[in-house]
Structure formats: C-alpha cells, structure tokens
Design a binder for this molecule. Structure first.
Ligand code: SAM
Length: 245
C-alpha cells in the first residue's frame, strides 16, 4: 500500500506500478535531462567549455533522460492529464510526440530565464533558460491573478535553497509553488516521481496539497527528507503564531 504525504527511496517505475489508476490530480516533475557528452570525439574545443557543468550532472546520473516506460505509467495514474515536466531542449520533441500527437493534449511552455547564467558562450548561446512543458487534457489551470498567469520567470539561479538543500539542479520554490497553485486545489494529490531535493513536496506542504514522491539516489532522498521536516516545522510555527493558545 502506498501512503500519501510520504516520499519513497526507490525507482519511480517500481513505485508507480504500485499505484492504482486515476489517483493523482497533478504531476509536477523534473526528470534527468538528456545531455550529449561533449567528451565524445568530434566536438570543438569551444563546445567543451561547458563540459565541467555537464560532468557534474553526469557524475550524479542526471543526463540520461527518462526511462520511456515511465510516461504511460504517469498517464495511467492521473485522473485527467494535468502534468508539468521540466526538460532540456533535446527532450521537447519527444514529449510533444507523446502527449500532443499521441494523446491529443494541449500544451504550454513555462520558461525560467536565468539572469545569472554561467558565461559559457564560446561557439554557442548561453545556457540561460530552463523549460517546463505543461500538458493537459481536462486538466485544471486557474491562475487567480495576472502575475500568476505569466509563463516566463526572470530570476537568478537558486543559490539560497541550494546551500541548505544541496542538489545540482534544484528548482526555484516560488516557480514550483505558483504552478502547483494554478493547477490544483487544496487537498489534491500532487505526484513527483523524480523528487530530487524535495522542492515539490515542500511546495505542497506550504500550499495545503497532499504529495507523493520517489527519489532513487540515497543522498538526495536524505536531503528531501530533511527539507520536508524543516518545512513542516516552519508551517507549524506559522500556524502557532497565527493562532496562539
Ligand atoms: C532533475 S533532478 C530533480 C530536481 C528537483 N526538481 C529539485 O528541485 O531538487 C532529477 C532527480 O531524479 C532522480 N532520479 C533519476 N532516476 C530516477 C528514477 N528512476 N526514480 C526515481 N528518481 C530518479 C535523480 O536522482 C534526481 O535527483
């Protein structure tokens, strides 16, 4: 039996198979990116300038993309297709094929435009954007203000959360919270099969949503557990200040 408001240290494919059909209201996830190894022959010296960043991601097994068997499982467990997936540029065509051409979903693209990207611009453009595709078919998207309806976020790399909750690709909590708030209601169940440092779970705790997460790497799983404990403690403190006995 899978409990909610819990995270599991396991391969998400194994975890997803234990879930019943149509139990999840929203998926917010950030699977490993698909990034070419510029060590491989034929790449220019200039292209190799981004190799140190890619090496760090590779070391942590964050460049091999998503197992394609996961996608049909994600669809099976959602009540209606309502799904945000962060991805690299190379993954965009595959996700569009699956969700739009294959399943007839509508889609949108959210962009995090980094205001302080690393200066890696030899023979290439800066790596100054991250993409998040939103797919839905009957899914819910109700931003309650002009500000919350924006699709482009201009903000720097997230050094503050990264210091407390180390993960090479931690996402900004404010963006994740805004997207979850736009596409779910209080009490809904939000699933993140590639949890990392636990950003989705922390956002759910702050927003009164239920969460469920999987993380395969023991170190990141520990970070996510700590983050959940910290967030629960902070939420309790806010509640006590608002309603002193
Ligand atoms: C891009 S990171 C997610 C970062 C997260 N959004 C955050 O803000 O911290 C992807 C995570 O998926 C994990 N992962 C990779 N394959 C997995 C699998 N098969 N099952 C569960 N987790 C997996 C990696 O260890 C990594 O922490």
């Amino acid at each position: 039996m899978t409990e909610t408001n819990k995270i599991y240290r396991m391969d998400c494919l194994e975890g997803l198979k234990r879930l019943p059909d149509s139990c999840v209201d929203l998926i917010m996830t950030d699977p490993p990116y698909l990034i070419k190894d510029t060590h491989a022959g034929g790449h220019s010296q200039l292209a190799r300038s981004i190799q140190p960043i890619n090496d760090c991601l590779k070391e942590n097994d964050l460049v091999s993309g998503m197992n394609p068997l996961v996608l049909p499982e994600l669809v099976r467990v959602m009540k209606r297709i309502n799904c945000y997936i962060w991805c690299s540029k190379a993954q965009i065509p595959g996700y569009l094929d699956f969700f739009v051409d294959g399943l007839g979903c509508s889609f949108d693209m959210i962009v995090w435009w980094k205001t302080n990207p690393p200066p890696t611009f030899h023979n290439k453009y800066l790596s100054d954007k991250e993409y998040c595709l939103y797919f839905r078919k009957g899914g819910y998207c109700q931003p309650d203000s002009y500000e919350k309806a924006k699709t482009v976020y201009f903000q720097p790399i997230n050094i503050y959360d990264k210091k407390d909750y180390p993960h090479p690709t931690i996402k900004p909590l404010n963006i994740i919270k805004n997207l979850i708030e736009n596409s779910s209601r209080p009490g809904d169940l939000v699933l993140d099969p590639f949890l990392g440092s636990g950003t989705t779970a922390a956002a759910c705790l702050e927003l009164g949503r239920n969460y469920l997460g999987y993380e395969i790497n023991p170190e990141y799983f520990g970070t996510a557990e700590k983050r959940i404990l910290d967030t629960r403690a902070a939420e309790r403190m806010i509640k006590n200040t608002q309603n002193p006995e």
